[in-house]
Design a protein around this ligand. Structure first.
Ligand code: ADP
Ligand code: MG
Length: 347
């Protein structure tokens, strides 16, 4: 992707650090009233009046979190923002600002960073967050990205991992496993390409799952959907590592157990067919796949009629007493302990 020979390439040295920052950030507009001063001074200035402020940071390292051989830089910019906004939405808050810091080696020309920032800009526009700063530096090898997301919420709306009670219902937005299946397709095509670079694969049957991997969306809408249903979630977390590890986080923080029902886990038909093709178990993919950026939350049992049948949400289980532990109730009605098989960056 970086080797597009038809395009002129501009080395980063030609611009210098200040010219580069100016060039990359010139077209960003302020959309939030809480942004008093954005890019251009020693620090940004924010004002949140009576709201509480939530802050979250994530780092993405080339070769660990992304592979530029199939990840277009514009998508990477977009996804870097999504990954962080998802954490703000998981607090039941509204995302308002981001900072974006990048370190790149001299193999990246200006045009590559322009692509990356085009993705950042698209995400900022769609999700109405202001880019208010960051840092730009060089690396000896590869690309490193760090995004910080800032959000606001009324104190009463903020939802922690620790608020779940026994008998609360466990609910998930959207569907699971798509991002992992998309990654399997991309990894396979990468291997095919190595053998035969002229092969033009038909990836159209995989559009949904590839998009889930390369261009994930974060669930900005869930806060509003729940407010409209007059449901106050009791605990919430975003699904970055896979359903099983997120369930265990809620169980640990809330000191509760959980029964998760296998037949209730929402799967897109393309995920089911990809799992058949790759001969992997779709439940395992939902439990351990990760990167779906859906929201997992608990609600009081009395709210069940309000959420039942809602196309955005699936009730997938209920919380139990802590001493009962966390279990998957399989389709065959066996009780299997849930273990943290979530994606671990150190393995
Ligand atoms: P300083 O020397 O004070 O760290 P910089 O020259 O690094 O200042 O940054 C100047 C301004 O540009 C600051 O507002 C900073 O937040 C912003 N900035 C620097 N790098 C980036 C980036 N990659 N993306 C967005 N804003 C950036
Ligand atoms: Mg700086």
């Amino acid at each position: 992707m970086l080797e597009d020979k038809n395009q002129e390439k501009t080395s980063l040295e030609e611009l210098g650090e200040f010219g580069l920052i100016q060039h990359l950030t010139q077209n960003f507009e302020i959309q939030q009233s809480s942004t008093v001063k954005g890019i251009g001074d020693d620090a940004a200035v924010l004002y949140f009046s009576d709201k509480k402020v939530v802050v979250s940071t994530d780092m993405l390292v080339e070769g660990v979190h992304f592979d530029l051989s199939y990840m277009p830089l514009k998508h990477l910019g977009y996804k870097s923002v999504m990954v962080n906004l998802s954490d703000i939405y998981a607090m039941n808050a509204v995302a308002t600002q981001i900072t974006v810091s990048i370190a790149v080696s001299n193999r990246f020309p200006l045009e590559a960073l322009e692509e990356f920032y085009a993705g950042v800009a698209l995400a900022a526009k769609i999700y109405k967050v202001d880019l208010i700063g960051g840092d730009t530096t060089s690396s000896t090898k590869g690309m490193i990205i760090s995004v910080t997301a800032i959000g606001e919420a009324n104190e009463a709306d903020i939802t922690y991992r620790s608020g779940a009670k026994p008998n609360d219902l466990l609910v998930v937005s959207g569907d699971l496993g798509g991002a992992y299946c998309g990654l399997q397709v991309l990894e396979r095509e990468k291997e095919v390409f190595k053998v035969n670079p002229n092969n033009q694969p038909d990836l159209s049957p995989y559009t949904y799952i590839i998009e889930r991997q390369l261009k994930p969306e974060s669930r900005k809408d869930v806060k509003g959907l729940l407010a409209k249903l007059e449901i106050q979630p009791t605990a919430m977390i975003d699904i970055s590592d896979g359903l099983s590890s997120e369930i265990l986080h809620i169980c640990k923080a809330s000191e509760v157990g959980c029964n998760l029902y296998e037949d209730k886990i929402p799967l897109d038909p393309t995920v089911i067919s990809a799992c058949e093709e790759f001969k992997i178990d779709s439940t395992l993919v939902a439990l351990s796949g990760g990167e779906d950026y859906e929201l997992l939350f608990t609600i009081d049992q009395k709210d069940f009629p309000k959420i039942k049948g809602n196309p955005h949400f699936s009730v997938i289980g209920h919380m139990t007493d802590h001493k009962e532990g966390a279990h998957l109730i399989s389709r065959a009605n066996t009780k299997i302990p849930i273990t943290a098989q979530g994606w671990n960056s150190f393995t």
